[in-house]
Design a protein around this ligand. Structure first.
Ligand code: 5AD
Ligand code: SF4
Length: 473
């Protein structure tokens, strides 16, 4: 089989990252190897996002730039997948006639057939059917070579919640869950390739399996917790309205479940929450936060907030600031409201001006920045267990005592905080630093978005895992 080159540009969320890996896995069977250079590619795929207007513009501007490559290399195949493809369908071919295939969010497994067809007989294909089938087929390992300590695993697709601002239900379709057996098989396979942490993905993991009568999400977590040589489990996202006692309880008894939850609040004002169709109140949200902290006192909580939703007044925004102050999040993703086609809020009156949205965003981010710094600062002097995730020689300018360039490594704590640390000769020779190992790190400095520390070898955690390559200097 001739080697052909594939370049994938992934825009957007973790689900798109997972989907791109699936595409790469499927296309490897047709002889496509991934390249980091679009100019070298025989097939270019843009996996797109449309959650906000900016993301959509990013996709179209990248696609626009591909016209030049196509003129130079007539055989080049260009595909657009993901949420913009699903949203705009065949309109894309009118706008960008050099595109060969437009495929939606539920067409990934059909991609190889379409590409084979295009290779044989040049034609344009549009496949944006939102099929409702549950796919229990074999998972595809979409990467070759390098060990990674952490991987995403999609456990369900779509969303049935219809928040008023959100395009997801329209571009990712109705909620469907994968059978637990298929998920577990995929995770076992990842673990056999050296993966030590998985992040389970779904728009609302709390409704996992409900429609299909599968096990509950808490039961799924318990089953995954039992997988040998897997060290950590994360998940995202849990909708506050559905966060139940079972899932909260999982933080008490599951050893591998990382003490972190992403629990998007979106707004601290009951009036705005109602308009957003979020189906919970500020009080209910705060109650769930207390229950989480009662169960696991050190649990890290992060959130998403939209500023400038139509009709949001100064008082509404103050209520959001007040909630952020009260909850003391470990991290926050804040967004300016963006009108999306199909989402009901596009028709809502009293749109907030761009300048006011900017102003509110800055105020909110500044408040959170101070909270995050304070929380990170409180960890200075503590010893954190870090799952190592790669090494780099790049960022440290000073040399070690023996004159060598130190290596910097990075990883995350059990509460999902990024820790960078350097490796002196003693640590390097200990053999405990390979990607996918747990290492105790004493935190020496705190920054806005990361921590800095030094591995502690005096009391090793002795959790080195068989089968993971250690780094050879
Ligand atoms: N405008 C701004 N932010 C949005 N999000 C979703 N839709 C929009 C929109 N139209 C944000 C929400 C969601 C996160 C993934 O993106 O906060 O939780
Ligand atoms: Fe969008 Fe709401 Fe579904 Fe999240 S829960 S994907 S915000 S509709």
């Amino acid at each position: 089989m001739n080697v052909k080159y594939l370049y994938i540009n992934t825009i957007g969320c973790q689900m798109n990252v997972y989907d791109s890996e699936q595409m790469a896995g499927h296309l490897a069977l047709l002889g496509y190897q991934q390249t980091a250079f679009p100019e070298a590619a025989d097939l270019i795929i843009v996996n797109t996002c449309t959650i906000r207007e900016k993301a959509e513009q990013k996709a179209y501007s990248f696609l626009g730039r591909l016209a030049r490559l196509k003129r130079k290399k007539k055989s080049l195949i260009i595909g657009i997948g993901g949420c913009v493809a699903q949203q705009d369908g065949k309109q894309i071919l009118k706008r960008l006639p050099f595109v060969d295939i437009v495929f939606g969010t539920r067409a990934i497994h059909r991609l190889p057939d379409w590409i084979r067809q295009i290779e044989k007989k040049r034609c344009q294909i549009v496949d944006v059917e939102l099929t409702e089938e549950v796919r229990a087929d074999e998972p595809i390992i979409g990467w070759q070579g390098e060990t990674q300590s952490s991987r995403f695993v999609t456990i369900m697709r779509g969303c049935d919640n219809y928040c008023a601002y959100c395009v997801v239900p329209f571009v990712r379709g109705r909620e469907i869950s994968r059978p637990p057996e298929s998920i577990i098989k995929e995770i076992r396979s990842l673990v056999s390739h050296g993966v030590r942490e998985v992040t389970l993905l779904g728009q609302n993991v709390n409704s996992y399996g409900k429609k299909e009568g599968l096990c509950s999400f808490a039961e799924l977590l318990a089953r995954i917790d039992g997988i040998e040589d897997l060290l950590r489990i994360r998940f995202t996202t849990s909708h506050p309205k559905d966060l139940d006692a079972d899932l909260i309880g999982s933080y008490r008894h599951l050893k591998k479940l990382c003490r972190h939850i992403h629990l998007p609040v979106q707004s601290g004002s009951n009036q705005v929450l109602k308009q957003m169709n979020r189906k919970y109140s500020r009080e209910l949200y705060l109650d769930k936060v207390s229950k989480l902290r009662d169960t696991s006192s050190n649990i890290a909580i992060t959130s998403d907030i939209i500023v400038g939703f139509p009709g949001e007044t100064d008082a509404d925004f103050d209520a959001t600031l007040n909630l952020v102050k009260q909850v003391q999040y470990d991290g926050l993703f804040a967004f300016k409201y963006s009108d999306r086609p199909n989402a009901p809020a596009v028709h809502y009156p009293d749109k907030v001006s761009e300048s006011r949205k900017n102003e509110r965003l800055q105020i909110l981010l500044a408040m959170q920045d101070a909270i995050t710094r304070k929380k990170n600062q409180a960890l200075v002097g503590s010893i954190q267990e870090v799952l190592t995730d790669g090494l780099s020689k790049k960022e440290i300018s000073s040399k070690l005592a023996d004159g060598r360039q130190p290596l910097q490594a990075t990883g995350r704590t059990f509460t999902n905080k990024i820790v960078n640390f350097y490796l002196d000769a003693q640590v390097e020779s200990s053999g405990d630093i390979g990607t996918g190992n747990l290492l105790d790190v004493r935190i020496e400095k705190a920054f806005a978005h990361s921590l800095w520390g030094k591995p502690v070898l005096a009391q090793p955690t002795a959790k080195r895992v068989k089968g993971v390559d250690s780094y050879a200097a």
